[in-house]
Design a protein around this ligand. Structure first.
Ligand code: FUB
Length: 343
């Protein structure tokens, strides 16, 4: 009977039903949003995901992106403008494959776009491209930044005008292959596989005054627990995986990052740009899709978290869409954790 039939087909619950915000861009896939305010306007520098038929693997081969588009809006909730292709892989002289999560910085009339890309030997390096306009187009330097490696550059300019690049990512981001200081072509495909040893640390390097090079050899960013001990490699819920970001709030330095295979965005607080940073908690709980990657900025006295999920592609990990939501602190300066589906 119709009644029996109706009982059998349970309605499928839409996992995005409680989404607290909606995709900012439709018509193309976007991810890893690094947001900044330039000249009073909000600019977003995301990855541009494409629908390639590459099987998902731990190396991230399915993230086969080939260009960047930059987006802007005059306010949160305002119309989003797509400024078109800002940088194409075919115009990067040293390019191999995979344009991953970028970031941008401004100094003395020039915008600097920093991007991770595999070179022709399939080793991730970090490149830089310049423009006189925040929306580009950007022109790539002929070579990657000397001494750069791995992925996910995030550039933070302190109040004294000095800029620092935070970077690194394990597994497909190759950070584990650099643990001796030189690239191990046949090194571990994931982390160091030493659960009781200190976890691999993200890196930080001060940028040169030209903004085109490192001014120093990259140092480890220490993330420690409340006892001052570095997290161990086996602590997958709290140790660093990828997606560094730095912001300053009430004079303190907030370093945030993704835990990758456990999918949290966590944060840790320090007294200076180099750390150490003491772990505080979760900024953003896992989103739908494997990766979690964010940025945090202040706009007109309010704080915002830019992030992504996979709402438009209905859960395809390599086809993401960027979003934004307000971020709040408690009275002691702790970030209040965000659940992207609590709506
Ligand atoms: O978008 C490609 C990679 O996925 C990024 O570089 C990682 O942070 C992760 O979001």
């Amino acid at each position: 009977s119709l009644g029996a039939c109706a009982q059998k087909t349970k309605p499928v619950q839409d996992p995005f039903k409680g989404a607290i915000s909606q995709p900012l861009v439709r018509g193309m896939y976007t991810a890893d949003p690094s947001a900044h305010v330039f000249n009073g306007r909000i600019y977003i520098y995301p990855s541009h995901d494409i629908d390639v038929k590459v099987a998902e693997n731990d190396n991230g081969d399915h993230f086969a992106m080939r260009d960047y588009h930059i987006f802007s809006m005059d306010s949160i909730g305002g119309e989003v403008t797509d400024h078109g292709v800002a940088l194409d892989i075919k115009d990067i002289p040293w390019a191999g494959r995979q344009l991953w999560a970028p970031d941008v910085a401004y100094k003395d009339g020039t915008y600097y776009l920093y991007f991770p890309l595999k070179d022709k030997q399939d080793v991730f390096r970090i490149g830089v491209a310049t423009s006189k306009k925040p929306e580009g187009p950007f022109k790539a330097e002929p070579q990657p930044i000397e001494g750069s490696f791995s992925i996910d550059p995030a550039v933070f300019t302190d109040s004294d005008g000095i800029s620092y690049m935070y970077f690194g990512g394990i597994w497909g981001g190759q950070l584990q292959r650099w643990h001796t200081g030189a690239f191990e072509a046949n090194g571990s495909a994931s982390d160091l596989k030493q659960d009781d040893a200190p976890a691999l640390a993200p890196k930080v390097a001060r940028l040169s005054t030209s903004m085109l090079q490192f001014a120093e050899k990259p140092k480890d960013v220490q993330i420690v627990d409340s006892q001052g001990k570095p997290f161990k490699g086996g602590n997958h819920d709290q140790r660093f995986f990828e997606a560094s970001w730095m912001h300053k709030y009430n004079g303190k330095y907030y370093f945030s990052y993704s835990t990758g295979d456990t999918h949290f965005i966590c944060y840790a607080i320090g007294d200076n740009p180099y750390g150490p940073f003491t772990y505080q908690g979760v900024v953003l709980k896992p989103v739908i899709g494997w990766t979690n990657h964010h940025s945090i900025i202040e706009i007109k006295g309010k704080w915002y978290l830019f992030y992504h999920d996979t709402q438009i592609s209905k859960g395809k990990t390599h086809l993401r869409n960027i979003k934004v939501t307000e971020l709040r602190y408690d009275r002691s300066g702790k970030i209040i954790s965000i659940d992207a589906y609590a709506g």
